[in-house]
Write a protein that binds this ligand. Structure first.
Ligand code: HPA
Ligand code: ZN
Length: 326
């Protein structure tokens, strides 16, 4: 069957997307000029050529540097709207997007500026493109738990703008247990809980995300496959995993897309979804992830439909909204 057309027509939700990771080199240059910020590249091609990573940290260093061009609410709005415009073309109907407030507040951009800009982009996307969305505040795990608590304090006047919280950045050496208290505080505030776990970190970090952070959704989860009992538990609980094949390839979590664990995850009954993570840096949006993975591992139509359904089921949309897609 014609995979490209089939995937393009399928309604999908995206559940694992860092809005800062959707900054395309062209917009990076435009914002650098607009804001008079120096960037260490002299062309769009030079930026793309620098996106050659051997692990998560390699990527994060460049991703945080790229975010330096984002200063005003309009910058964040332009960034956000550009992402939604791009995914509307992929027939993505709903997206739950992460942002990293500490990346911006730590360089003097006000929390309010970031949130107002992103929300303006999301509102425009819903009005002009019909794509709905939710915003997830993600804590940087390489920073101390006190910094996450301080960020949560800044977020308190805007709590109704967030559907949940997440945990991202350098995984190794920064286990979920480091953030047990701040996530307990987030749960008390009624926020949904996500965490990156098992991208580079061991199965033990996945256990901690489940047992200590009490996650509602798991980001990545690849290395859970090393622990049979853990796989059985994730299947039994029908925990949604937001898997990101092109990210896994670019960050060398898998050597080749042919080695991707998705077929095995599906065979074990895991509730998996396909997502783009940081599409500008990893070379593909949602449909590219479906298509390239399908070609590499030979997914069936039924498996593709199942993962698109999972993306709505695993979303934080209210049940009546989910029902429109299921
Ligand atoms: N992993 C951890 N942190 C991140 C990622 C990721 O894939 N993308 C943006 N921040
Ligand atoms: Zn991610």
């Amino acid at each position: 069957f014609d995979i490209e057309t089939f995937v393009a027509k399928l309604p999908k939700a995206e559940l694992h997307l860092h809005i800062e990771g959707s900054l395309e080199p062209e917009l990076m240059f435009e914002l650098a000029q607009r804001n008079n910020v120096a960037i260490p590249f002299d062309s769009v091609e030079a930026v793309r050529a620098a996106y050659d990573f051997s692990n998560l940290q390699d990527f994060l260093d460049i991703y945080y540097a790229g975010a330096n061009v984002l200063l005003t609410a309009r910058d964040f709005e332009d960034l956000t709207f550009a992402y939604f415009k791009r995914i509307a073309a992929d027939n993505v109907r709903h997206a739950e997007i992460f942002f990293d407030p500490q990346t911006h507040t730590d360089r003097g951009v006000a929390f309010e500026t970031v949130v107002e800009g992103i929300i303006a982009g999301m509102n425009r996307a819903e009005a002009e493109l019909g794509v709905t969305s939710g915003l997830i505040l993600s804590f940087l795990r390489h920073l101390p738990e006190e910094a996450a608590f301080a960020t949560l304090e800044m977020a308190k006047p805007y709590l109704d703008r967030f559907i949940g919280v997440g945990l991202d950045s350098s995984e190794m050496g920064h286990p979920p247990s480091k953030f047990e208290r701040v996530f307990a505080a987030c749960r008390e505030l009624g926020l949904k809980i996500c965490a990156h776990a098992g991208e580079e970190g061991p199965p033990e970090y996945v256990h901690e995300a489940l047992d200590l952070l009490k996650i509602d959704r798991m980001d990545h989860g690849n290395r859970a496959m090393e622990d049979e009992a853990l796989v059985a538990r994730l299947a039994k609980e029908q925990m949604t995993l937001t898997v990101c094949p092109l990210s896994n390839l670019k960050l060398c979590v898998v050597k080749d897309l042919k080695d991707h664990p998705i077929p095995n995850m599906l065979a074990k009954g895991l509730h998996v979804t396909l997502n783009s993570d940081d599409p500008s840096y990893f070379g593909g949006y949602v449909n590219d992830n479906y298509i390239q993975l399908a070609k590499a591992v030979g997914l069936t139509r039924e498996q593709i439909i199942q993962m698109a359904r999972n993306s709505f089921e695993g979303s934080f949309l209210p049940d009546e909204k989910k029902a429109q897609y299921l």
